[in-house]
Ligand binder design. Structure first.
Ligand code: PLP
Length: 338
């Protein structure tokens, strides 16, 4: 099976496993784990931010950030396609007691004017607009990259209106290897950033939340409340340090592989449209009359795993465990499919 369901399906490489086994550990709830501390310091420094917090998942780092930025009754502004709204189990409501203002952006990306228009007046009828969140790359948008100038304008808007600004950067490095922007530049625009190690970077577990010292001090408490305080987590943080040192530049290979596969998919009868590929996510819209489940089953029969991605859509994601030869194999299997 060639598994394109998600870039979370990767298994640690031999080099990563060796790094994990060699990692010194301690009790991270006591902040005694030297490898977790090193990973947190490394990522904070990378982005020019004061501090970082290691957590088991990107859902948790996003949800901790939302909890720290808001009070119950506040409102969070994000795109209608965003992961924090669609795929985190309603956590904004259940963890933070906040309402959500959904923006109707372009493939998950909105403008600073849309943010300005979403800010509610100071009137007791309304929730308090408190936090703006962007997702780069946008998963449901098809792995598309945000325009940096627009993020800068939104950052300025947030500062002017006293709103928190959060980035769900589950696939931020996929964006950065394409745009060549520096991590420090990104860090300078946000109050908090969540990055995932378990997507394209190929770690078994782990995400980081970045922010100011005071923000991360509060986040540490929320992580405990959410049940995310881990003990000898250095064995996982060691994978993270290894991935940051070895697996960032190679994301470009995933992007080249995705473009090649997308082009083959666009030539089949059963695909009506392929969303132009910018990074490692391919979203295909099936032709009229195509049954999504039947198509997924046919692909599986041909040794290819993909995922349903809303009505009439499939998602393919390239990653560390898909090499060029597997792309070739997939392309010839697809060509032979009716
Ligand atoms: C995967 C993902 C997350 C976090 O997911 P976890 O599985 O909880 O680590 C957050 N945002 C986006 C856009 C994602 O794709």
């Amino acid at each position: 099976m060639i598994d394109y369901r998600s870039d979370t399906v990767t298994r640690p490489t031999a080099g990563m496993l060796k790094a994990m086994m060699a990692s010194p550990v301690g009790d991270d709830v006591f902040q005694d784990d030297p490898t977790v501390n090193a990973l947190e310091a490394k990522t904070a420094e990378m982005f020019g931010m004061e501090a970082a917090l290691f957590a088991p998942s990107g859902t948790m780092t996003n949800q901790i950030a939302i909890k720290v930025h808001t009070n119950p009754g506040d409102e969070v502004v994000c795109d209608k396609l965003s992961h924090i709204y669609n795929y985190e189990g309603g956590g904004i409501a259940s963890n933070s007691g906040c309402s959500v203002r959904l923006l109707d952006g372009d493939k998950g990306r909105f403008t600073h004017q849309m943010v300005i228009d979403s800010i509610l007046p100071d009137d007791s009828h309304f929730p308090v607009t408190r936090l703006v969140s962007v997702e780069n790359t946008s998963n449901k948008g098809g792995g598309v990259i945000w325009d940096d100038a627009e993020i800068e304008r939104i950052s300025r808007t947030c500062k002017e209106h006293g709103l928190g600004f959060h980035m769900d950067g589950a696939r931020l490095f996929n964006a950065l290897v394409e745009t060549n922007q520096s991590t420090e530049h990104v860090g300078s625009m946000f109050d908090s950033i969540s990055i995932c190690l378990s997507k394209g970077l190929g770690c078994p577990v782990g995400s980081l939340l970045l922010g100011s010292k005071d923000f991360i001090r509060q986040a540490h408490r929320v992580r405990k409340v959410f049940g995310g305080g881990m003990r000898q987590a250095g064995i996982l943080a060691g994978a993270g340090i290894y991935a940051l040192d070895h697996h960032i530049d190679r994301l470009k290979e995933d992007h080249a592989n995705a473009k090649r596969l997308a082009s083959a998919l666009s030539e089949t009868d059963w695909v009506r449209h392929v969303v132009p590929v910018e990074t490692n996510i391919i979203v295909v819209e099936l032709s009229a009359g195509e049954d999504q489940h039947a198509r997924l089953a046919a692909l599986k029969n041909a040794g290819i795993l993909a995922m349903g991605f809303g009505a009439g859509k499939l998602r393919f994601v390239t990653h560390l465990d898909v090499n060029e030869a597997m792309i070739d194999q997939t392309i010839s299997a697809i060509k032979g499919m009716k």
